[in-house]
Design a protein around this ligand. Structure first.
Ligand code: HEM
Length: 326
């Protein structure tokens, strides 16, 4: 059999007439081209399913089981498929499948909510890196800051990124609130989200305030002294506030004492500021941000400007407009 093949292939290959009759020699025997083709077809017919699948997958990877198990539908440009693409992806589904183009334009939102969130991410990242160098104790805190400023590679830029992002976050959150106010987005159905926003504003300010004490320098010390002295005058809860003394508040049990962990700004205050700043407030703020973003979607997405319409269009009856494809 093997010898036959060799002979046929030898004849076929050498015969000049093969060029015109598709590789079949004149003597009636099959040419090499036909034999090879037949053998390939026979092999294909017997080919186990897995090998077949492997060959197909090289030809078109989108048909493999692996691909279809990850991407559940085709990638054609129909609105339905595009929506499904967003909804079935863990990251993309955080965004709505469809949005009003006008409502996400920068001239409308100023991008300030997004920028505030972005700054929060920058602060979390740089803050975690700062935690590798900082100890919240009276002996070490200020030395750590000096060490960061002068000796740690990229320490100065790390610390300043954190400081500047903190200042910018306070500015951005206020501008965001101002934009929401100007566009009337605090009104029904967004009143609840406005209140969530107010809590986020307070948390942002508290993050800033607690961070101020951490370098344990003169600036932070006196800022916290003044700030917590105000707590003394809190109604009901401060020993100098209205109804405070009647309720039994003293410098040793009132809200100021609770904030500082004592009656003066000292080691306990530093430790408390550190824990509020690095753990408690960021966690609470993250939870409120999740609620805030979720609520933006549940309230029908970002409010959006009034639809632009010509005066003539506004006069037309609705049905006539939709028939004209408006
Ligand atoms: C950490 C602070 C905050 C973050 C990260 C944040 C983030 C966002 C983002 C990303 C949006 C989507 C629209 C946009 O970017 O303008 C939004 C919408 C909104 N925010 Fe904030 N926000 C914060 C604080 C506040 C504050 C302080 C208020 C008000 C007191 C507020 C009230 C609202 C309202 C009512 C909406 C819906 C606006 C609309 O539908 O047009 N947010 N926020």
């Amino acid at each position: 059999m093997a010898d036959d093949d060799v002979k046929v292939s030898g004849d076929g290959a050498r015969s000049p007439s093969n060029a015109t009759n598709g590789g079949a020699p004149k003597n009636g025997k099959k040419g090499i081209g036909i034999i090879v083709k037949e053998e390939v077809e026979a092999f294909r017919a017997e080919m186990p399913g897995k090998v077949k699948e492997q060959i197909e997958s090289v030809k078109d990877p989108t048909k493999t089981q692996l691909y279809t198990s990850i991407f559940r539908h085709k990638r054609d440009e129909t609105p339905r498929n595009r929506a499904l693409g967003v909804l079935s992806n863990v990251f993309l589904h955080l965004h709505p499948a469809k949005i009003n183009r006008d409502s996400v334009r920068y001239p409308y939102t100023w991008g300030m909510g997004g920028i505030t969130f972005y700054l929060f991410i920058v602060l979390t990242f740089t803050g975690v890196l700062l935690m590798f160098y900082y100890h919240p104790t009276k002996v070490q805190a200020f030395r750590d800051v000096l060490y960061l400023e002068h000796d740690v590679p990229f320490g100065k830029i790390l610390r300043n990124m954190h400081r500047w992002a903190a200042h910018l976050m306070v500015i951005a959150v206020e501008l965001h609130m101002f934009r929401v106010f100007l566009t009337g987005s605090y009104k029904k159905p967004r009143e609840f989200n406005w209140n969530v926003g107010v809590i986020l504003l307070v948390l942002t300010l508290l993050l800033s305030f607690t961070g101020y004490l951490l370098p344990d320098d003169q600036l932070g010390f006196w800022a916290v002294t003044v700030g917590t002295n105000m707590a003394r005058a809190t109604p009901l809860l401060g020993n100098e506030g209205p109804f405070g003394s009647q309720l039994g508040m003293t410098p040793y049990n009132d809200v100021r004492f609770g904030l500082l962990g004592g009656s003066i700004v000292d080691a306990n205050a530093l430790l408390r500021a550190y824990i509020w700043h690095c753990i408690a407030i960021p966690i609470i703020a993250s939870v409120f941000m999740i609620v805030h973003f979720w609520r933006v979607r549940k309230d029908g997405g970002i409010s959006g400007p009034a639809p632009v319409m010509l005066a003539s269009e506004a006069d037309k009856p609705r049905r006539a407009q939709s028939a004209a494809g408006a």
